[in-house]
Design a protein around this ligand. Structure first.
Ligand code: 15L
Length: 247
């Protein structure tokens, strides 16, 4: 969806996609290897950093892909003179806020997993490179990107792909960005997040999760009840490995 928005696009992943089009430029890289990251950022003006391990995983996996990998990305970007980074953070950086609480972009992080901790780390790293080195950094705490919301939790956090593109373009183009945190969420009536910071930069989401309520409710009915998951915003990322006394 960014095709045509910018004169040149380069994509990267640890594996080469099988369906690359003839007009697409691709460079494979393992983010955990600094020398490889240096090659993919060379000559680039702006980066949309979606790379890494995108769910909970063993510590070594998170450490290499999301901690070392994220450091390599910001460090190499800064050294190469890249001007902007849009970092794909996640709702799981704040997943342990209860669903009953509405939160804004400035709340203390409350990660719900090692994965969520890695996203909080990425947000902190982005702030460091913005404040100390002048990189323009936008962190998007993405809810769930899909064609439609697939359960009750996703009715609150669903992000229509086109709306993600809108947020990415704000991060890459808005003249007033220095360091900002946005929620990656569409115009969902059941949202738990105050996304006024994104709106301040012109974000006007088009997706409305409520239009899919019936299908989300039907899908939810097929899931086993899980009180911890249903209490907190991060859902199953909270109940996974949970052994605390509930408070
Ligand atoms: C995420 O951060 C994941 O990348 C995605 O796969 C979903 O699990 C999403 O969160 C979610 O919370 O639904």
């Amino acid at each position: 969806m960014l095709k045509g928005a910018f004169p040149h696009l380069r994509s990267s992943d640890i594996r080469t996609p099988a369906d690359l089009a003839a007009d697409e430029t691709f460079l494979a890289a393992d983010l955990a290897d600094y020398a490889q990251v240096e090659k993919i950022v060379a000559g680039v003006d702006g980066i949309v950093h979606l790379g890494g391990f995108s769910v909970e995983g063993p510590w070594d996996t998170i450490l290499n892909a999301n901690i070392v990998g994220c450091y390599n990305l910001f460090e190499a970007a800064y050294r190469a003179g890249v001007k902007r980074v849009v970092f794909a953070s996640s709702n799981h950086a704040v997943g342990f806020y209860p669903r009953a609480q509405r939160v804004g972009a400035a709340v203390t992080v409350r990660p719900d997993s090692r994965y969520g901790v890695s996203k909080a780390f990425g947000e902190a790293l982005g702030a460091l490179y913005a404040d100390k080195h002048g990189l323009r950094v936008t962190c998007v705490r993405i809810g769930n990107v899909a064609d439609s919301p697939v359960d009750l939790r996703r009715l609150s956090i669903w992000l229509k792909p086109e709306d993600l593109v809108q947020l990415v373009r704000i991060g890459l183009e808005h003249p007033d960005i220095r360091y900002e945190v946005f929620y990656g969420v569409s115009d969902n009536a059941a949202s738990w997040w105050d996304n006024s910071n994104a709106q301040r930069f012109g974000y006007r989401p088009q997706g409305r999760a409520e239009e899919f309520r019936a299908q989300a409710v039907a899908a939810q009915a097929k899931l086993d009840p899980d009180p911890i998951s249903q209490r907190y915003q991060g859902g199953p990322f909270c109940s996974d490995e949970y052994d605390a006394e509930p408070n």
